[in-house]
Design a protein around this ligand. Structure first.
Ligand code: HEM
Length: 468
């Protein structure tokens, strides 16, 4: 940091430090840890864990290893990808009924083939084509909020979930079909999440993969409902193909794999479900946390408003404006650092290997925990403080790309990274240009980790129209 920047930093008011669960002085027992993990995976960590490089713990029959510095993250997710690419049994068993052999939980040859077909359909180079759908949908939300009047109450978490579900549905299925089916798909997915188990005890006990897992009938009912809707959409898409709609489902139907073969209907259904699931709640949580953080940090809010007013004026933004909004982007990046929507990245070792000089026997669960890595005090000064400036060129220093991994890293990096970032920046730009969101007095917001990291079950806020 140069001297003039250091002087500005020293002068300004202290940065806001947002809430995090209690950190233990010493590591709780394994039994206590399992109980804590069931309720909230973020509450198991003790102070020393945040600055550790590599940690390990035997839990029942499984060895758990946590990589928490850029060098070991790189070794695990990049160098050792071949042996450490398999998702954890917990993740695979939780999602398999819904997404089958979908990209998100497959590995080895199936993953490699699918990644080649699916990633280009949502790749960054396609994002400019999807941006008009994003902007129109966000503008609809802005109009809906405007109609509520000053002081209107909203649950910002539900609002952002609705917005991102609409965007991803219209992107996957085309504007018209997406609009018709969005609410049904969203309900089906929320039911599914409610009924699946979070902790896979049979896997922790080292029981074999083929052992049938008990699943509540409600899980099968919600899967049947979602798959039924997806089938209907695929049929209607084929009927209206000539209408010239741009969509992910069109891309999947027309894609050919490396042998020139089309994807089967089941594969198309699975990959459409993957993209919805991977792209909806992650972006919604990012935006919800951004609203919360902004509501508590007047200095950041003012700097954001200044950028939006000067760059956008009164015109709605387009894709080209995204590159002209560095502070808005920094707010999103800092939000993703403090509250990474996917706070745990877990893998199962497919063979014996080593990481950071430690022996990793086959079957070990190896984790990169963005929640810890992003608050590692050896990588981030004032790691718990909300300070978007750390992501601005000339004002902060980013650690290596292996020290900041909200989208994961290595060959399994999020295939929708540019999509998710652009969607978040455009949503914040359009909505924060028009409204200030204030936290409802008395609301106590705490981070809770279920499948993703959320601000509890609701984020009660009030809407206040802005005039520049
Ligand atoms: C802020 C928004 C987002 C965040 C933070 C995020 C984060 C992630 C993370 C951490 C993973 C890896 C998970 C793991 O290794 O266990 C992942 C995978 C994936 N994401 Fe995203 N994501 C976001 C938005 C999106 C969007 C919008 C899409 C689709 C349009 C998407 C599609 C995918 C897919 C297909 C994968 C699986 C990649 C593979 O296994 O090869 N994501 N995402």
């Amino acid at each position: 940091m140069d001297q003039s920047v250091a002087a500005v930093v020293a002068e300004r008011e202290p940065d806001y430090v947002p809430p995090h669960p209690y950190r233990h002085e010493t590591m709780p027992s394994v039994i206590e840890l399992m109980g804590l993990a069931r309720k909230n995976f973020l509450s198991i960590w003790s102070k020393g864990n945040f600055s550790s490089r590599l940690m390990s713990q035997q839990v029942l029959r499984r060895l758990l290893v946590v990589c928490n510095s850029p060098d070991v993250v790189q070794e695990a997710f990049q160098t050792n990808h071949a042996v450490l690419q398999r998702k954890s049994p917990q993740m695979r068993h939780a999602l398999e009924p819904l997404i089958g052999d979908g990209l998100f939980i497959s590995d080895s040859d199936i993953w490699r083939r699918r990644r080649k077909v699916v990633a280009p359909i949502i790749h960054g180079s396609r994002v400019p084509g999807f941006a008009p759908i994003m902007v129109d949908t966000i503008e609809e939300k802005r109009a809906e909020w405007a109609a509520r009047g000053a002081g209107g109450e909203v649950d910002a978490l539900a609002e952002m979930a609705h917005l991102t579900a609409e965007i991803i549905c219209r992107t996957i299925f085309g504007r018209n079909l997406g609009r018709n089916y969005a609410s049904e798909i969203v309900e089906g997915f929320s039911d599914y999440q409610r009924y699946i188990d979070q902790v896979d005890l049979p896997a922790m006990l080292g029981l074999p993969e083929w052992l049938p897992r008990f699943r509540r009938p409600a899980v099968h009912r919600s899967v049947k409902r979602i798959l039924g809707v997806l089938d209907e959409i695929i049929d209607s898409y084929q009927a209206m193909k000539d209408s010239g709609e741009v969509s992910v489902i069109g891309g999947l139907l027309e894609a050919r794999d490396e042998d020139g073969a089309p994807l089967s209907r089941e594969a198309i259904r699975n990959e459409a479900a993957v993209i919805f699931m991977a792209g909806h709640e992650t972006t919604a949580n990012t935006l919800a946390w951004a609203w919360f953080l902004l509501s508590q940090a007047p200095r950041v809010r003012e700097r954001l408003h200044a950028e939006l007013d000067s760059v956008l004026g009164d015109a709605p933004p387009s894709f080209a404006d995204v590159a002209r909004l560095p502070y808005t982007k920094a707010v999103i990046e800092e939000t993703l650092r403090l509250y990474p929507p996917v706070p745990i990245l877990a893998r199962e070792a497919m063979a014996d290997t080593t990481v950071g000089g430690k022996r990793i026997p086959k079957g070990t669960i190896l984790m990169v925990v963005p929640w810890l890595l992003h608050r590692n005090p050896t990588l981030w000064p004032d790691a718990d403080a909300f300070r978007p400036e750390r992501f601005l060129e000339g004002e902060g220093t980013r650690p290596s790309k292996y020290g900041y991994v909200p989208f994961s890293i290595g060959p399994r990096i999020c295939a929708g990274l540019q999509f998710g970032l652009t969607e978040s920046i455009l949503s914040l730009a359009i909505l924060a240009r028009a409204f200030d969101l204030r936290l409802k007095p008395g609301a106590d917001i705490q981070p809770v980790c279920r499948l993703t990291l959320r601000p509890g079950d609701a984020l009660p806020m009030t809407l206040h129209p802005r005039t520049a």
